[in-house]
Design a binder for this molecule. Structure first.
Ligand code: S3P
Length: 164
């Protein structure tokens, strides 16, 4: 099985769905944020605050480059597809599944979230602005697009597996 990269905005369910999907397929689950936080010994918030976003983006690219080409499900940070090199690496190594959710659903999921350094101000505005910039990129790179709105992780996985 080629590596499956779950892409999409913050709060689209990549980690939850990815973990379950990997379990179902009997392969490894890798969450890029978790790997980075563990390697750096600090939270994503701390990395952004102390080292800057550019440094975090370098860590993301370095991590992606080292990932396996098979038998893994990867939950990517929402900003991963923004860099061309990352898109090239994901295409080379596997397939990209876009977990799609509208801005109001994302807002409802992240309204009390404190762990996203890019959502520290007016969350509604930040989500809408970033999502509109990112949407064409997510769509362009997606091999499969799944709408997650109103669905349970189980339903999403069922839909996804039916695509293979
Ligand atoms: C980011 C998404 C986050 C994390 C960081 C930046 C982004 O991951 O990588 O806060 O730019 O969209 P999730 O998509 O898992 O929330």
């Amino acid at each position: 099985m080629r590596t499956i990269f779950l892409i999409g905005f913050m709060g689209s369910g990549k980690s939850t769905v990815g973990r379950l999907l990997a379990e179902r397929l009997g392969v490894r689950f890798i969450d890029t944020d978790e790997e980075i936080a563990e390697k750096e010994g600090k939270s994503i918030n701390e990395i952004f605050a102390e080292d800057g976003e550019a440094y975090f983006r370098e860590l993301e690219t370095a991590l992606l480059t080292g990932l396996p080409e098979s038998n893994a499900v990867v939950g990517t940070g929402g900003g991963v597809p923004l860099k061309e090199i990352n898109r090239v690496v994901m295409k080379e190594k596997g397939i990209a599944v876009f977990l799609d959710a509208p801005a109001d659903v994302i807002l409802s999921r992240l309204i009390y979230d404190q762990s996203r350094p890019l959502l520290k101000g007016d969350k509604d505005k930040e989500i809408r602005e970033r999502l509109s910039i990112r949407m064409p990129i997510y769509l362009e790179i997606a091999d499969i697009r799944i709408s997650t709105s109103g669905k349970t992780p189980e339903e999403i996985i069922g839909e996804l597996i039916a695509c293979f």
